[in-house]
Design a protein around this ligand. Structure first.
Ligand code: SF4
Ligand code: MG
Length: 321
């Protein structure tokens, strides 16, 4: 049967005045049906670009320069816009960071749902289906007549998720969908997303800068740094035994989902310039465990038990693809 999604060597570059920026560098992973994958890292590490690359929603100056995204066996890289439009919403939906930006401000929510449904030849029972998905996400269907600005931030995000679920897709990709909300609203939306996933069985790729936010919900985690996978493994394992010094730093930065948020005090400095990457380990300039070899040698992704780690501390382990 194979995995739902099989991303292989995906590489996304941005053309900049200073040359090419390598925002996503040979990223590979698989996702099973119904699985919840979290992608974490600071901003500027390529998380959103990776999502856009997976969904093939990139536009200039960004483009996919290598790799493939096999979704149900078909490569999304190289599909025509027409072919991608057929897949989008019906089989794969994307929920953006800000529904305020993703939703059309001058059209009611209901009219936007109708446009999506009609674009996929869903012409009858549009009202019924629209009300159903609003109820699924816990928003009163009367708000189908509302304009986006008339809803609270939390309701807007829910309406965006409702729209993503119109066709009960196999995969929903979410880019920091809760980041504009307060902690309580954030937590309640996460619980609801997880519940919808259990009921409807779709797989989720969920991007966030806050590792503790996804820790209770995701099956596996990818920690991204400098456009690469720094660590990939079961959420529990990465959380209990973070092996990459960057993963450790991220965990220190957000000690608890209920505790106060302290922005990355564990890791002074900022991510590398993707247009001017260092020769060796991309984390070397900030790494509390850096060794002399780290500045010169770029680490591979090493297999450590069930986890993959890009760090020379594990260079005695087998190299993974
Ligand atoms: Fe730190 Fe070296 Fe590992 Fe990079 S390779 S994360 S600098 S110890
Ligand atoms: Mg982002």
């Amino acid at each position: 049967d194979g995995p739902l999604l099989d991303v292989r060597g995906l590489t996304v570059e941005y053309a900049t005045a200073r040359g090419s920026a390598l925002a996503v560098d040979r990223v590979g992973f698989t996702l099973d049906r119904g699985e919840f994958l979290g992608i974490v890292g600071e901003s500027g590490c390529g998380k959103s670009t990776l999502l856009f690359g997976i969904a093939q929603l990139l536009s200039p100056p960004a483009s996919t320069t290598a790799g493939s995204v096999l979704f149900k066996g078909r490569d999304l890289v190289g599909m025509t816009d027409r072919q991608l439009a057929d897949v989008r919403w019906s089989e794969l939906s994307v929920v953006m960071q800000s529904a305020m930006n993703a939703l059309n401000p001058v059209t009611t929510i209901g009219a936007q749902f109708r446009d999506v449904l009609r674009a996929h030849s869903f012409d009858t029972d549009i009202g019924t289906r629209s009300r159903e998905v609003m109820e699924l996400v816990g928003v009163d269907p009367v708000h189908l007549d509302s304009y986006p600005h008339q809803l609270s931030g939390g309701m807007r995000q829910r309406a965006m998720i409702a729209m993503a679920l119109l066709f009960t897709p196999d995969l929903v990709i979410m880019d920091e969908p809760t980041s504009a909300l307060d902690v309580v609203a954030q937590r309640s939306l996460m619980v609801q997303i997880k519940q919808l996933q259990r009921e409807l069985g779709f797989a989720i790729i969920f991007v966030t800068h806050d590792m503790s936010l996804v820790s209770h919900f995701s099956d596996r985690l990818i920690v991204m740094y400098g456009g690469q996978i720094a660590e990939l493994g079961a959420t529990r394992t990465v959380f209990d035994t973070p092996r990459h010094p960057y993963s450790k730093g991220l965990l220190d930065a957000f000690p608890s989902i209920h505790g106060p948020r302290v922005p990355l005090l564990g890791i002074p400095g900022s991510p590398p310039d993707l247009a001017d990457l260092p020769t060796g380990c991309r984390f070397a300039a900030r790494c509390p465990q850096a060794m002399p070899s780290c500045a010169a040698t770029a680490p591979e992704l090493y297999q450590v038990e069930q986890v993959r780690v890009r760090c020379l501390l594990h260079a005695h382990e087998e190299v993974t693809a």
